[in-house]
Design a binder for this molecule. Structure first.
Ligand code: GLN
Length: 230
């Protein structure tokens, strides 16, 4: 995924997070402002949200800007915890709904912004697609999200060219890493947004330094350097 977004806070609609902001994910799908790799994110999208403890997803291999059905229902889908993304497929990767984030193990929703050599990852029988992001997601789920920072640092050491920005949520916690791509955090009175790039020009957006772990729980945001950070 080339641009992703997470939310933890009061109930908010998918439309308010993805479609309504001046530079929300739908605009980022054709005119991202901070993307370093790829120009547009037209190879699919996904919206994941928690319905109580249950993660639910709507994924597509088509551009988000053309999905009138999603735009119609997105104002009516509200959640306290969301993971959404728009995708620019890496060269050689399949374009199919199952290759669009968020991926899930039934408890977590997870998106990957970046690229990793699949030969450094263990073969997986549980990955949802052969796309690198799905194979990486399967490894992260297998190792457990408490080990996210260590897993990212280890994969980054095994593939020095890898870009490993991960965004994951389980309904009460949002975790994100920076490893080669941009990430920003917005704290509001209603909750916390973690996004590949600011979706508007609110001066409260903070940039996350590279090679950090962001850990968001109920109104608490921690930023922790990862192993291998400068
Ligand atoms: N490598 C992943 C894919 O092909 C993610 C791509 C990206 O972040 N642009 O989907």
């Amino acid at each position: 995924m080339c641009r992703h977004l997470g939310w933890l806070g009061n109930p908010v609609s998918l439309s308010a997070l993805m479609l309504e902001p001046a530079h929300g994910l739908v605009v980022q799908s054709y005119a991202p402002r901070r993307q370093k790799h790829g120009l547009v994110n037209a190879d699919g999208w996904g919206a994941g949200f928690f319905d109580g403890d249950t993660p639910r997803r709507w994924r597509s291999a088509a551009p988000l800007w053309g999905d009138a059905s999603f735009a119609s229902v997105a104002p009516a889908i509200r959640s306290t915890c969301v993971v959404a993304a728009v995708r620019s497929a890496s060269v050689g990767m399949p374009v199919e709904p199952s290759a669009s984030a968020p991926f899930t193990d039934g408890r977590w929703l997870l998106s990957h912004n970046g690229l990793v050599d699949r030969s450094v990852l263990p073969a997986s029988s549980t990955a949802e697609s052969v796309v690198d992001s799905a194979v990486l997601a399967a490894l992260i789920f297998h190792r457990g999200l408490d080990a996210l920072g260590d897993t990212v640092a280890e994969v980054g050491a095994a593939d020095p060219g890898a870009r490993l920005n991960i965004l994951a949520a389980n309904g009460s916690r949002v975790l994100a890493t920076t490893w080669g791509d941009t990430l920003s955090v917005l704290r509001t009175d209603d909750g916390v947004v973690v996004a590949s790039e600011p979706y508007d020009d609110d001066p409260r957006w903070e940039d996350v330094p590279d090679r950090h772990l962001v850990d968001v729980t109920d109104s608490c945001v921690k930023m922790i350097p990862l192993k291998g950070s400068a």
